[in-house]
Design a protein around this ligand. Structure first.
Ligand code: ZN
Length: 152
């Protein structure tokens, strides 16, 4: 039952949240380890707002807190550097504003579609992490897969 005129501006939208890996493989053959990514601290949360078509979702557009400023910014991110994809309702005006400015939204606004795409990206991120580097992991290794295995 709705009364009144006009639609209210969006105050909530469903987005995919994910966390930045604590450590990523880096350098020749992925034999070095770097904490987090250039733009984001390891473990910090980002919201996935778009994918680049044609490159199998390897690069994503995300909104996250910048490593140095701590304020929300739009950041390009490699799928393999993210984990634990899940659908979340987003209320933050700062995030919603950047999301609208990016102009990438509109196709997935309900929970179920967002959850399905989150699960898909989760599987794909594991695949990219395990196939991205041809060389074996450095020893010892702290990349996301190795940390996950060692904590089981
Ligand atoms: Zn590893």
């Amino acid at each position: 039952m709705t009364a009144g005129a006009g639609a209210a501006p969006a105050e909530q939208t469903w987005l995919i949240a994910a966390n930045v890996v604590r450590w990523r493989r880096y350098g020749e053959g992925g034999q070095e380890l770097r904490p987090g990514t250039k733009s984001c601290r390891g473990g910090s949360k980002v919201y996935v707002i778009g994918t680049y078509p044609g490159v199998a979702h390897e690069q994503l557009t995300t909104i996250g807190r910048g490593r140095h400023t701590g304020t929300y910014i739009t950041i390009d991110m490699s799928l393999r550097n993210l984990h634990t994809f899940r659908a979340v309702p987003v209320h933050s005006p700062a995030v919603l504003r950047l999301y609208e400015e990016a102009g990438l939204g509109g196709c997935r606004t309900n929970r179920q579609d967002t959850e399905e795409f989150a699960a898909f990206l989760g599987r794909l991120s594991v695949e990219y992490r395990t196939t991205w580097w041809a060389a074996p992991h450095p020893v010892p290794c702290r990349c996301h897969e190795c940390l996950t295995l060692s904590s089981v």
